[in-house]
Design a protein around this ligand. Structure first.
Ligand code: NAG
Length: 154
């Protein structure tokens, strides 16, 4: 349910994700409605909510034709449901030294020429709380949360 709420909140253009008190979505990029073209490089920035208070937060980024409705067991968009996977990166929390790979400051839009001008494509960031890092113990399984913004094919 949290996944769904986050996704719906992002789609509706709210700047704060319900239920994620540490979320600071306002500086996230790209923002909803950003116009994109094939091969274009657009700014990327993601402020993690880090609900498990871990030192490093893994994130993955995806572009899809439809807004994702869920993730598979490993926290990925299921095979066949996305156009592009932009990779997995680590956000350093609490002022810790960075660890590679650090998130890029821009992402490159793949070939989207088959999508009509004005159509929406969906950019999703999946944030992971790694196994054993959430308050409550070392046996805590990994948790995933995702936020999605619609982008507009130009
Ligand atoms: C989840 O999806 C990713 C990419 O779509 C795939 O590589 C991975 O094997 C999938 N995991 C499971 C458990 O199906």
């Amino acid at each position: 349910m949290r996944f769904l709420l986050s996704s719906v909140a992002a789609l509706a253009g709210f700047s704060v994700v319900a239920g994620a008190p540490n979320a600071k979505r306002s500086s996230d990029a790209p923002s909803a409605g950003t116009s994109i073209t094939s091969g274009e490089s657009i700014p990327f920035n993601y402020v993690d909510s880090n609900w498990c208070h871990e030192g490093y937060t893994p994130i993955t980024m995806w572009l899809s034709e439809a807004a994702p409705t869920g993730l598979n067991a490993t926290g990925d968009l299921p095979d066949g449901t996305y156009i592009e996977y932009f990779g997995r990166y680590l956000i350093a929390n609490f002022g810790l030294p960075t660890l590679q790979p650090v998130p890029p400051s821009s992402i490159t839009i793949p070939d989207i020429s088959s999508y009509p001008t004005g159509s929406s494509l969906y950019f999703t960031v999946v944030e992971t709380a790694q196994e054993g890092t959430c308050p409550g113990g070392v046996n805590h399984p990994a948790e995933y949360q995702f936020t999605t913004v619609p982008l507009t094919a130009a």
